[in-house]
Design a protein around this ligand. Structure first.
Ligand SMILES: [Zn+2]
Length: 269
């Protein structure tokens, strides 16, 4: 690692290697007053740091890099717009029901990305689970929620947990299905240890990954619910305009795995 003295300066950072948020947080911790992230492909791009880190973060195309490097001083002029937006979760839950399992997927996508795999695939998988459970005894023991605002720091799942503390408390498990329509990696599970163990007992072929609270299941874990993420890895089109295609077979397979995990967890054949 190369250390640069950025205290009181504008940090110019190449894109890639870690999240913008992390780059900006590191720069801030090192005392930078602003961050310019230089794209690694021609042209400018849109990104998100998803939280107010207390310093401006902007992006430029690589064609501006040399000019920035050569400049001893630079002035950053920004025009900001602050906006309150409204989101909506889509919930399937019988009135008064006490579900034991919650199947969740976020239905929002990233700025500039059509979001077929992230997360149209998870939405389709949750709908498929609901379809498979129709008319079975498990149907009344399950809740299905499509969350908004996941890409904006899990706003939808946080709002839901806040609004339904009793239902949340009664859950024995929550599965978040996120990015399950492209086989970047084999299907894997990550999250609460007890649920991951149960999942791997039910489906021994499932891989595991170190969970970093990547999706809405983190919200439920914070609320004390054993929760996990089913996920096929970050594909090449992650958060990009090319996220336009999923394999329906992988979606169905994921729904099937989610159901097998649930049957094992709730002791239903
Ligand atoms: Zn996602």
């Amino acid at each position: 690692m190369r250390r640069a003295n950025v205290r009181g300066r504008i940090a110019v950072i190449a894109r890639g290697g870690m999240l913008f948020r992390q780059k900006a947080a590191n720069a801030r911790a090192a005392g930078a007053v602003a961050v310019v992230i230089v794209n690694n492909a021609p042209g400018p791009y849109r990104g998100a740091v998803l939280e107010d880190l207390g310093l401006p973060v902007v992006s430029v195309g690589p064609e501006d890099r040399a000019r920035l490097r050569a400049a001893r001083t630079a002035t950053l002029t920004l025009s900001l717009k602050r906006e309150v937006v409204r989101g909506a979760n889509v919930v399937a839950l019988s009135p008064g029901a006490r579900p034991e399992m919650l199947f969740g997927a976020h239905h929002d996508s990233f700025i500039g990305s059509p979001g077929l795999n992230d997360n149209g695939s998870g939405v389709a998988a949750v709908l498929e689970v609901a379809r498979m459970l129709r008319g079975t005894p498990l149907a009344g023991r399950a809740a299905f929620v499509l969350f908004d605002g996941e890409e904006d720091r899990f706003q939808g799942s946080r709002a839901w947990v806040r609004a339904h503390p009793d239902v949340t408390r009664g859950l024995r498990g929550m599965l978040s299905l996120d990015m399950v329509g492209v086989a970047a990696e084999p299907l894997a599970v990550g999250g609460s240890a007890s649920l991951v163990r149960a999942a791997r007992r039910a489906v021994p072929t499932l891989g595991t990954f170190d969970d970093d609270g990547l999706s809405d299941h983190g919200t439920f874990q914070e609320a004390g619910v054993p929760a996990a993420l089913l996920f096929r890895g970050l594909d090449a089109n992650y958060h990009a305009p090319g996220d336009r295609l999923v394999d329906p077979k992988l979606v169905t397979e994921t729904a099937d795995v989610a159901l097998r995990i649930t049957r094992a967890l709730l002791g239903v054949r």
